[in-house]
Design a binder for this molecule. Structure first.
Ligand SMILES: *Cc1c(COP(=O)(O)O)cnc(C)c1O
Length: 388
């Protein structure tokens, strides 16, 4: 018995990442965005799911454009991608990073005048144009040139001559809200910016923006959360295929009497005799403390509410309503999955699916469901379509 245990995998939480489902989501988004191609946003390690594996899976079905946030994220994925793939750095470059970026063949998103000037200076010193993306701020006040700055750059010929502008981009603040007036204001501002650069194609929509209609989609769209199974639009059913599931083992069960306090701060007190299970995931694994008293684990379709505060490595669930003996040491319960989609977990925690995904911890055993590589002929056709 002892020997058998020695040979089996340690029982830990199991985070299953379905690369084939990410491919399904990519194809679905392509069908909606067409004729605009879909770029994959793989920043923050592909929202915590593994940027190299995700990028390779998407390359295999024709994706050619990848957005990361930092140059070092580009450094991590570039060696794994075919040379035709284009990698863009959303945050742009810090002073001094220009040379490394150019050497890698990575395309910076230039968000401010200083970044534009630094990139143009490098181009001049190398004796030719360098590829770049320009971002304009269309109403989020986060990253990007103001319209006035964009106009000054558009009219500065010596500067323009150094930049091979691939895309003009901007980002929506309320893309998940179909009826937000801000979307229309941002679209109008973005169109004004595009008019300054008539030869440069526009790239505007994130996942939510793709579902706001053709006006918002521009010549390329950038999707993150929808690829990873998150709802692109709030309210209404989620059209995306789930990508992530998380199950964690029970590490202890116990019966408690009326009045027993549960967890830190004694914040939960049993108002009746209860049966509790402590499970092996806590806030150090990315399950927010704010799930305490709101979230739940699931055994099949049975909801097992979290009681008391979420600890660093554990949380406690109420299993009183299960038949005795159903759950014991090592039983796996679901925290994310069929019964508990990431958007529901996020809502219970008072946050968004993005935060749940990007925080999922490194202690779980990560299991990848393999991506599907289509036969070369089918692949080259879809690549052709995407290149248009
Ligand atoms: C993160 C990000 C995206 C992707 O947004 P999703 O809502 O995850 O699709 C697109 N564009 C920019 C500029 C971003 O920062």
């Amino acid at each position: 018995m002892f020997e058998m245990n020695m040979r089996t995998e340690p029982v830990s939480g199991r985070l299953v990442i379905d690369l084939a489902a990410i491919q399904t989501n990519y194809r679905f988004l392509c069908s909606i965005a067409a004729p605009a191609p879909v770029a994959a946003v793989v920043k923050a390690d592909a929202y915590g799911l593994g940027a190299v594996a995700v990028s390779k899976a998407l390359c295999a079905i024709g994706c050619q454009d990848f957005f990361v946030a930092h140059l070092n994220e580009a450094v991590a994925i570039v060696p794994h991608l075919p040379s035709a793939a284009r990698v863009y750095v959303l945050n742009g470059l810090m002073p001094g990073e220009e040379g490394q970026c150019a050497d890698l063949g990575v395309i910076p998103v230039l968000n401010g005048v200083e970044q534009v000037e630094n990139w143009a200076r490098l181009a001049r010193s190398q004796g030719g144009m360098l590829p770049a993306v320009l971002q304009v701020d269309s109403g989020m006040s986060r990253l990007g040139l103001s319209l006035a700055e964009a106009s000054a750059i558009a009219h500065n010929k010596p500067l323009r001559d150094m930049l091979d502008l691939k895309w003009l981009i901007s980002h929506l603040a309320c893309a998940d809200e179909r009826d937000s007036e801000q979307n229309l204001h941002q679209l109008a501002t973005f169109r004004d910016a595009c008019a300054l650069f008539p030869e440069t194609p526009g790239c505007f929509a994130n996942s939510g923006g793709i579902f706001l209609g053709a006006d918002f989609r521009g010549a390329m769209v950038r999707s993150g959360i929808a690829l990873y199974g998150g709802a692109p639009t709030s309210g209404g059913p989620n059209p995306m295929t789930p990508v992530v599931s998380l199950t964690v083992p029970v590490v202890q069960t116990r019966r408690v009497s009326t009045g027993a306090k549960v967890g830190y701060g004694g914040a939960f007190q049993a108002d009746r005799p209860m049966v509790l299970a402590t499970i092996a995931a806590g806030y150090a694994d990315g399950l927010p403390r704010s799930l305490g008293d709101f979230g739940a684990a699931w055994l099949g379709a049975i909801r097992l509410p979290i009681v008391g505060r979420v600890s660093m490595d554990t949380m406690t669930i109420d299993i009183s309503h299960l038949d005795p003996g159903t759950v014991g040491l090592g039983t796996q319960v679901e925290l994310i999955g069929h019964n508990s989609p990431i958007d529901a977990v996020a809502e219970a925690a008072g946050t968004i699916s993005y935060e749940i995904l990007t925080r999922l911890g490194r202690r779980f055993r990560r299991v990848l469901i393999e991506a599907v590589s289509p036969p070369p002929s089918a692949n080259s056709q879809s690549e052709e379509e995407l290149r248009l």
